[in-house]
Design a protein around this ligand. Structure first.
Ligand code: IPE
Ligand code: IPE
Ligand code: MG
Length: 247
């Protein structure tokens, strides 16, 4: 049996987050420039989006560009920003056909104008779609996001809009860029690295982590099914004992 048919669709993660890593090493393996790896990574984005939507996953968040990624060579940063514009231009129709809503998290105003515009256009066009939400993390940093939320809550406290003693987890979550989106049950990182790289620090507090050595351009539908199956074989205890969970 293939992995897909083994998945229990009653126990799917509602939200899967992926750190798409290893494009550069994949390109090197093929004797090509890093940008070739990014270009080939787009096909994995397509496949995983389609596979997640077909299964019934509600949210898929993809880490596409971190605030730290600005420190890469300008040529690579520019190529990534261009690739984003190109891909958004090409894929919005597919998102419409598949009834997928696009969202973005991160400090979007700092993106190049045309990238920002392509993104906002895509978000606007797909805003009423309901099958799945695809969230792109762009110029995203978990620490940045937490600081922004803290600043906003501090301002609201100072202006009297809010009593600081009322700040609880729910209010804090709602001040983050992911407001309204449930925390990911499953985090996947490709390429063998086992770190968070400043991704969704608050939201991943109790997520299951799945690491695979596959480079992102090699991560296709079957790889996603395997990750979900691995997730479904785990026992999420949330501090309780195993006996409490089973009974
Ligand atoms: C992930 O692949 C894509 C981005 C971070 C934009 P990398 O470009 O980090 O690939 P490696 O890690 O250098 O192989
Ligand atoms: C994390 O990958 C960011 C994205 C996948 C967009 P990196 O390749 O930038 O992370 P580090 O540098 O290995 O921590
Ligand atoms: Mg990397």
């Amino acid at each position: 049996m293939d992995s897909k048919s083994l998945i229990n669709t009653e126990r799917l993660p509602k939200h899967i987050a992926i750190i798409m890593d290893g494009n550069g090493r994949w390109a090197k393996q093929h004797g090509k420039h890093r940008v070739f790896g990014h270009r080939n990574g787009v096909q994995s984005v397509r496949e995983c989006t389609e596979a997640a939507a077909e299964l019934g996953v509600e949210y898929l968040t993809l880490y596409a560009f971190s605030t730290e990624n600005w420190n890469r060579p300008a040529l690579e940063v520019n190529a990534l920003m261009t690739l984003l514009v190109e891909t958004l231009g090409k894929e919005v129709d597919t998102l419409m056909k598949n009834n997928i809503r696009l969202k973005a998290i991160g400090d979007l105003s700092k993106l190049p104008k045309r990238t920002h515009k392509a993104l906002l256009d895509g978000i606007e066009k797909t805003k009423d779609n309901q099958r799945m939400t695809l969230v792109l993390a762009l110029n995203y940093s978990g620490k940045w996001e937490i600081l922004e939320a803290a600043k906003q809550l501090a301002k609201d406290s100072k202006s009297g809009k809010l009593n600081p003693d009322d700040i609880d987890e729910e209010m804090f979550s709602n001040a983050l860029t992911t407001a309204g989106i449930p925390d990911p049950e499953l985090l996947i990182r490709t390429s063998g690295e086992t770190r968070l790289s400043n991704f969704l620090l608050w939201q991943l507090a109790y997520s299951e982590f799945y690491f695979t050595a596959e480079f992102w351009p090699d991560f296709k539908k079957e790889s996603l099914y395997k990750a979900i199956l691995d997730y479904q074989n785990r026992e999420r205890r949330f501090g309780k004992t195993s006996e409490q969970i089973i009974n």
